[in-house]
Design a binder for this molecule. Structure first.
Ligand code: FMN
Ligand code: SF4
Length: 464
């Protein structure tokens, strides 16, 4: 029986986080191998690369980085007649607000990631792999670099790995600290030493035209770790975890207004919103009520705690699903008009003012836009300026309409999905909390005609 410094909740199913906060565990290769580490790699080398991809397809694994795209399918997009080098990139940027899972893997269990990556490289024919880490993870870079050297000493990295004839080098690359470096094509540009300006898709789908214009697989840290468990269990057995089309386990990161926030690894879709927030996180703080949840990182659309959704059954009939009964899986959250995204569940209780939440999100996206396309660069800044006015008590009802119109003019009109990431929260908050926002506005005649000058005056008075 494994003991932990913080005991996992009884509803958890620990696959990826088995070793996180485990008593007596350290990130060394000795500890990892004493627990069966690298046995799955040995098993994988006895398989043909295509067999591994087939097992990953059978497992139903969907990417844990945000979009939930099927991993095996992504791998099979590498052009079959490709003659160029293939690269694999592990996306360890973990930049989506509300998400804090990958950091535990790279800090505490780096060999699990390296083993998953070696198997994935063998399957996809990549002989060079990169682990892209966000700037704010300096210690993780040192831990991973040490782990790669340990793996090399044991013959798991380098030339002719375990006598298989397969060669692989793994490099660590640190970003400079920008949200957009998490977007896969921005990440690739950054890795090439340029500004992380996302590339337009098509034609730059990384599996065909990625790093140095060669086929490149970009996968999230957690996704790559799952690969080793799929090889150990077999794709079919793995697919029995979770629910249909939403298989395996995933780590949910709960932050905000609950008694016991934290990370929880659960079978996908086997836990509802109520079970997660009440049974696992202890419910709201005393005397408060949960008002809303942002379920999949800050860019997912907000859900109201009193919402009831009308969903279509396969036979065309309709059924109702209350917010509290939503299973935490990709398809259920999508059917409720939002997304499972990166697994970052942000809880807001009745003390949170929606104008403040809106402004907080707008400030983040205005700061992080790479500036390459006009709707995003200008629009995200306008949205921030309008919501600044709202929290300063200087907005009119018309400003809410303008804000909504700006959001819809960004959505779908940009090079990368940052456009949607910044506009979806605004669209959803206005649609669901319009009355609350309107209560923070003033009639035309009562607002400052030049709020920026007024704010400057206020600042000067306060700092004198
Ligand atoms: C603005 C933006 C930021 C993103 N940030 C991350 C990130 O920090 N980590 C990540 O794994 N994926 C991030 N993604 C998704 C990646 O582009 C990509 O889809 C993902 O790394 C693929 O891995 P997966 O298939 O294993 O999920 C981001 C996407 C966008 C649009
Ligand atoms: S949508 Fe925004 S972040 Fe993405 S390329 Fe355009 S300006 Fe840059």
């Amino acid at each position: 029986m494994i003991s932990y410094t913080k005991q996992p909740h009884e509803r958890e199913y620990r696959l990826i986080f088995k070793n996180i906060d485990r008593e007596g565990w350290d990130p060394s290769i000795g500890t990892y191998m004493s627990d069966g580490g690298y046995d799955d790699l040995k098993k994988a080398f006895k398989m043909a690369p295509k067999e591994i991809t087939d097992e990953v397809k059978k497992s139903g694994l969907r990417g844990r980085g945000g979009a939930g795209f099927p991993t095996g399918l992504k791998w099979s997009f590498i052009p079959p007649k490709n003659t160029k080098p293939v690269y694999l990139i592990c996306n360890g940027d973990e930049s989506e607000p509300g998400t804090f899972k990958d950091r535990y893997i790279v800090h505490q269990d780096p060999h699990q990631l390296i083993e998953g990556m070696i198997i994935s490289c063998f399957a996809t024919g990549a002989h060079k792999a990169y682990i892209y880490l966000r700037e704010e993870f300096p210690e993780a870079a040192l831990i991973i670099e040490k782990a790669i050297e340990e793996a090399r000493e044991k013959g798991f990295v380098g030339n002719n790995i375990l006598g298989s004839g397969f060669d692989l080098e793994i490099y660590v690359h640190r970003g400079a600290g920008a949200y957009i470096c998490g977007e896969e094509t921005g990440l690739i540009e950054s890795l090439e030493g340029k500004r992380p300006y996302p590339r337009i898709k098509p034609p730059y789908f990384p599996a065909a035209l990625g790093l140095y214009m060669c086929p490149t697989i970009v996968n999230n840290v957690e996704s790559l770790c799952h690969v080793k468990h799929i090889i150990r269990m077999g794709g079919e057995e793995y697919s029995k975890l979770g629910v249909t089309r939403n298989t395996g386990t995933r780590i949910l990161c709960v932050s905000g207004d609950v008694k016991k926030p934290g990370y929880f690894e659960v079978e996908v879709g086997k836990v509802t919103m109520r079970e997660l927030l009440y049974d696992m996180c202890g419910g709201p703080k005393d005397g408060r009520e949960i008002k809303a949840v942002i379920p999949g990182g800050s860019s997912s659309k907000i859900l109201k705690a009193d919402e009831v959704f009308k969903l279509k059954n396969p036979d065309g009939s309709e059924r109702e699903l209350a917010f509290w009964d939503i299973p935490m899986d990709f398809d259920s959250l999508a059917a409720c008009g939002t997304m499972a995204g990166s697994g970052g569940v942000i809880v807001l209780d009745d003390t949170r003012k929606m104008s403040w939440v809106l402004n907080n999100l707008n400030a983040f996206y205005a700061h992080e836009s790479c500036g390459q396309c006009t709707p995003c660069r200008e629009g995200s800044t306008w949205m921030k300026k309008i919501s600044d006015r709202l929290v300063e008590g200087n907005a009119t009802a018309k400003d809410i309409d303008t804000l909504e119109s700006v959001a819809y003019q960004i959505d779908g009109r940009t090079i990368c999905a940052f456009g949607e990431a910044s506009s979806w929260p605004v669209e959803a908050i206005i649609a669901k909390f319009r009355d609350e926002l309107l209560a923070d506005t003033k009639p035309e005649g009562e607002v400052e005609s030049n709020p920026e000058a007024a704010a400057q005056k206020k600042f000067l008075v306060e700092t004198q």
